[in-house]
Design a protein around this ligand. Sequence first.
Ligand code: D5M
Ligand code: FE
Ligand code: ZN
Length: 462
Amino acid sequence: GSGHPDVSSGAEISKSQQTASGSGVEGKGSGGEDSSPSSTTADDGRPSPSSTTADAVGSRSPPAPEIRNDVTGQSTGTGEYEEFVGTFQDRYDRLAGLLRGRVNHRPAEAIQSMPGGSDAEMIGLVDDIRSTASGHWIVELEDTTGTFPCLIMKDRAFAPLVDDLLLDECLAVQGTLADDGGIMFVDSLHFPDVPRTHKPNTADRHVQAALISDVHVGSQEFAQEAWDRFAEWLHTPEAEAVEYLLIGGDMVEGVGVYPDQDEELDIVDIYDQYRAFAEELKKVPGDMEIVMIPGNHDAVRLAEPQPAFTEELRDIMSAHDARFTGNPSTVTVEGVSVLMYHGFSLDEVIAELPEEKASYDHPHKAMYQLLKKRHVAPQYGGHTRVAPEEKDYLVIDEVPDVFHTGHVHKLGWGKYHNVLAVNSGCWQEQTDFQKSVNIDPDYGYAPILDLDTLDMTVRKFV
Ligand code: D5M
Ligand code: FE
Ligand code: ZN
């Protein structure tokens, strides 16, 4: 911690206790087939949990989080279109690496010259999805040597999976070539996915992290009272174990993010917004360890991966000695790896996929799809802007223990193959735009994660 004075008085503490106690809510998370109890052994060679203990009652002394897959300072992109070839090559190489054990794939070029009737297996990025006149599906897969059309018959058991596909995601298929060799009849389809055997790491002491995002300071709709209650609660004995605060982007409302946004700005200068955000952060106990990634309202480049806040902005937000990292990046706290991603692609996933697979009311299910595709923003060229980096930082290389997003301003959590997915809601009440499109934001909730059990409790501060 940086020794900044705590702002709460005793009176405020007891007030916030009343507000917060007994108001934890649970149940927005899904049960169902993807939820299963977490396990507690670490066996995959990642850094083992650190064993620092608090030095005194009521004082936090969390070890510094470790950060991986951070683009900050590593950006290679100059913005030339050709550079995307390299990004996609890296995406293909790394996702194909995950699928290689499941199929004995051949390059598209080799499959093109195989005789009709041959068995064939291929790994490729989805280049096109179209339906035939008779209602079957043709999924065109592309690798570095070419493309090949793969036919999915509508009566196959796995045909509904076609609804889940996004362009540019990586798939493996096994099948048989047609008599003329020009198309593959698909018998099985594989996503990179998270192995069901994934065993999440856990902390070796009782310690918690608050997973929040979308504070939107500077907006007229910033939920000041809820934020103040949350910050006060963090000073109470009940919150003693909450040593980490992970913030998933959209610290401020920003300027010029959407048309007519200025009409709802409380603070019009972007730097003043960060100054005001810094004041809000000072209300949080000074000895908490804070990690922040940017979001699409923040003053960093919009294209993903987004580098961390610049020095100038870090100075403004320096009160807490917070850790600043890129969007996305993986942060390990007490041995638990947390993939932090703002969540901009979730709008697209929700728009493209069937309601039961991804919706604003169940944002964690959209997150499951990203885990299954092992990529935080599979579809290129749509809504989500992607920067041409030599490495595709958006690939989910390493299976995280926890996946934390925000952006859609809806609360939801659940487990997918033992990975806890949490979409954390926001601290901004409904905006005019959200009203016009019927988005009813979940504001003023703080998901609190037990790092030793990976159990979640949600605290409500409105
Ligand atoms: O995003 C908050 C949520 O609201 C997210 O689901 C996008 C959506 N949203 C909000 N304003 C707009 C506009 N003007 N156009 C399209 N989508 C919007 P946030 O990143 O906090 O704005
Ligand atoms: Fe937001
Ligand atoms: Zn956002």
